[in-house]
Design a protein around this ligand. Sequence first.
Ligand code: GLY
Length: 394
Amino acid sequence: MRSSHHGDGYDVLVVGGGIIGLVTAWRTAQRGLRVAVVDPEPGGGAARVAAGMLAAVTELHYGEELLLGLNLASAARYPDFVAELEEASGRETGFRTCGTLAVALDSDDRAHLRDLHALQQRSGLESQWLTGRECRRLEPMLAPGVRGGLRVDGDHQIDPRRLAAALLTACERAGVVLHRERAERLAVVHGRAAGVVLAGGADLAADQVVLAAGSLSGRLAGLPDGLAPPVRPVKGQVLRLAVPAPYAPFLGRTVRAVVRGGHVYLVPRENGELVLGATSEEMGWDTTVTAGGVYELLRDAHELVPGITELPLTEVRAGLRPGSPDNAPLLGPTALPGLHLATGHHRNGVLLTPVTGDAMAALLADGELPEEARPFTPHRFPSAADSARQEQPA
Ligand code: GLY
């Protein structure tokens, strides 16, 4: 195990207290290292908005076969991960093994779903083709015009807000120190990451620094030239509705579709919340909820499940996914000794939480990434780092 040479410093300092930063801190503290997290609002970030689908199979895309391996590894770990986290924190996470139904509303959608089904079969994944009638038998609230669908019993869900709250408590109980302040600048001493300077001016020293600040990861001052991670914000608008008792159970599982090229999904929670997402917009740092975004989500969801217009609308919010050039995360060491990344999880941050925590803790405690995480080191983007930073606002 690696240990600090600084008498008063930490072994590991994690910049960013979203679910990725917190799981990294928790797992690393469990390995006996002295860990701190720097974030003005730990437990916040994109998880405040995310729907929490664990959709390794239904969100499979062409060209992302390598990412599929990591997604599946993380999905397989979820039940044990949740059991351990709930035990460690004394909090429930809303994990539901409810499965997913992806449906087609017209012949174009059906062709798209057929292609996805073929790709899933070639990849050895379990999914079952259903007729429109079979889809409606499974989910009676679906529109009568549904043309067919894919039943994926292995794609589950969790409540990301409760996941973040549980991780925060687990961190505190494991001795992780929380600095509720913004990290202003990376400290580099003798060519090595040595800690951070907080917005209030205080210095925090550490042997190793992990940059896990989601879409903001490239904005930490003091990163040497070429080392800013190539992450960009990808805006997602998400609505929350309530399912009053007379309407329950409104949906039994996550229902999703691609309508006019955009993804729409409805995630029913056990507590009666129904999450409706999500737009995907390249709008820089803008997190405005727009009439157009809300209109499109409601229009598409209404085509899918007409009865949603009866439900109370309880919340609308926009968040920023940390997009990377190949949609896969950046995990592991950078060219600056002592500086590591755990960011760029894009559409899969919640799904990849367990495997990220395990990979980062192994790296930080033993000095080596596990085999499954090695294809995702930042070194695969030697030149993208510079251009991503230049695109960001001052
Ligand atoms: N994985 C769902 C989303 O990013 O919208």
